[in-house]
Design a protein around this ligand. Structure first.
Ligand code: PTJ
Length: 250
């Protein structure tokens, strides 16, 4: 059944359709359906909109990406099917590779995701031939590319599954997580957690990067200042406050 645009929950139902189709095409893991449902529940609790703390986190994340020496965007099944165009655009803006890095890794999924990214004009794709490992992880998400995640200074990790953000932090890397769950280990471990829905968060991040990179008056020190003023723990408590405020107003 195709969802009519007039349906009040069009966007939400459309995203479900993308995730289901993605699973049927072998792009999304079965567990990706469950992960998506958990995300939807949190999004409901924030009124399905980007809250002010997420907008602040996006600005700090953009400053961190704009000043990175070697940024990398990590891509999994859910992120690819929900926001492929936006991810390719962000990759181009930053000159950052899209590295396919999967929790439920199979060579078939890697091949299909590579093909899917190529079909959407991505030119800088890594992940098919990992030649290094993130230390401290006992699952396939440890597999990474020496030229990508392994040597990156800043890594954008949307829809993380938890322990990798910690392993990357232990490697001395700065991580930007996009996750609707402010209580998740990834949100707490990230250098910057953007607690927002992926399809809202990626375009907002790209717009912020575009703006910060376009400001000729912006010096590296200005970007460092924006990043330095951001406090992830405080931002997470702010978002929880916002969510409880929203819930008690209903
Ligand atoms: O493609 P793979 O094999 O790498 O697997 C990807 C999933 C997402 C299945 C895997 O990483 C996983 O199991 O993740 P988790 O542990 O379920 O965590 C996913 C997090 O993303 C949860 O905290 C969800 O709330 C959040 N989430 C789900 N959908 C969205 C989201 N956050 C932002 N935007 C969404 N659309």
């Amino acid at each position: 059944m195709s969802v009519p645009e007039s349906h009040p929950r069009y966007h939400s139902l459309k995203m479900r359709e993308l995730i289901i189709e993605g699973m049927e095409k072998g792009l999304v893991a079965k567990a990706g359906l469950i992960a998506h449902g958990r995300g939807e529940a949190f999004d409901y609790m924030m009124g399905e909109k980007s809250l002010p703390p997420a907008i602040r986190a996006s600005r700090a994340a953009a400053a961190m990406l704009a000043s990175a020496q070697k940024p990398v965007i990590s891509v999994n099944g859910n992120t690819a099917v929900l926001a492929v165009r936006e991810l390719v655009e962000l990759s181009g803006l930053l000159g950052a590779p899209l590295e396919i890095n999967l929790f439920y890794r199979t060579e078939e999924r890697i091949a299909r995701l590579t093909e899917f990214l190529e079909e959407h004009s991505a030119s800088n794709i890594l992940g098919a031939e990992p030649d290094n490992k993130i230390p401290g992880l006992d699952h396939d998400r440890a597999l990474c590319c020496a030229d990508g995640i392994y040597s990156a200074d800043v890594i954008l990790v949307p829809l993380e599954d938890g322990d990798r953000a910690k392993a990357l932090a232990d490697m001395g890397k700065m991580t930007i997580v996009i996750d609707l769950n402010p209580l998740s280990r990834s949100s707490k471990t990230a250098t910057i957690a953007i607690v927002d829905e992926l399809t809202r968060a990626i375009p907002m991040l790209a717009a912020n990067v575009r703006e910060l990179k376009g400001l000729s008056s912006q010096s590296p020190a200005d970007l460092d200042k924006i990043v330095g003023e951001f406090d992830n723990q405080k931002n997470l408590s702010d978002i929880i406050q916002e969510m409880s405020g929203y819930l008690s107003s209903i």
